[in-house]
Ligand binder design. Structure first.
Ligand code: 6PG
Length: 246
């Protein structure tokens, strides 16, 4: 078992989502108290939809000091914001549109403004401007694919190789929009805290491999997430955790 990660198992998706919301609220509270702002990077995909919706409802809507929160993305698909594939569209509709977050505090990939290389370079400038190089996020939220990818770091991806870059173009290997842009491991691993939210039986094999299987980050990209000076937590439901040693 990977010893550097805290693993928390909840009975079901709803309970895991509540646990993640509690941890997000605590991280935001600590960051705003200590540094007067909370910089958080949000995962895409479908798992965190309920989490973002929960953060936009009581008690979290009132508990989190949204005017002091800055939201970023871990990765994006090059799809129109109106597309169901768009992580920006999902984050906007489930969270940003429902909390008192200043528009200047929302830092999404500039999809549609540049080509994919330009989007990545533009985002690096945004990250360095707000957080320095490497950017020290207070919290990075990640999901996990059934192939053990995370963000848009897919098996065999060049973005997994050591690099000074903070964001890079990527190519998806699952059924979603192929052209992507993603934070690099360097950007993710500089965070104060990284939280994986993973639910459902379809992720059980990936969870087992990442936490307790052969160590090979090029094949199992989520294994590359090891914050140098930060906490790593996996919030799982029982279905996703069912192949872990008891
Ligand atoms: C994305 C995500 C990606 C996601 C996993 C799991 O844009 O697809 O950032 O890394 O977290 O693919 O996706 P689900 O939550 O939809 O299973």
């Amino acid at each position: 078992m990977t010893t550097h990660a805290e693993v928390v198992v909840l009975p079901d998706h709803a309970a895991a989502t509540r646990e993640a919301a509690e941890r997000v609220a605590r991280a935001a509270g600590a960051a705003t108290a200590e540094r007067s702002a909370a910089h958080m990077a949000l995962a895409g995909g479908t798992t965190p939809r309920d989490l973002y919706a929960l953060l936009a409802t009581p008690p979290y809507r009132e508990r989190i000091e949204w005017p002091r929160v800055h939201l970023y993305q871990t990765d994006e698909r090059l799809a129109p914001v109106s597309s169901p594939e768009s992580n920006i569209g999902m984050i906007e509709s489930t969270l940003v549109a429902r909390v008192p977050l200043p528009a200047d505090n929302v830092h999404m990939f500039a999809v549609g403004s540049f080509d994919v290389g330009g989007i990545a370079r533009h985002y690096e400038r945004v990250l360095v401007h707000h957080l320095g190089d490497p950017p020290r996020f207070d919290l990075v939220l990640l999901g996990l694919g059934a192939d053990a990818h995370t963000a848009s770091l897919f098996p065999g991806s060049d973005a997994l190789r050591p690099s000074a870059r903070l964001a890079l173009p990527a190519v998806a290997m699952d059924a979603t929009t192929r052209q992507r842009v993603t934070l690099t491991p360097r950007a993710i691993n500089a965070a104060r805290a990284v939280l994986f939210l993973v639910t459902g039986a379809g992720k059980a094999e990936a969870v087992r491999t990442v936490l307790d299987g052969e160590v090979d980050p090029l094949r199992y990209p989520a294994q590359i997430v090891r914050p140098e000076n930060g906490a790593l937590t996996f919030v799982l439901d029982e279905d996703a955790a069912r192949l872990l040693p008891s």
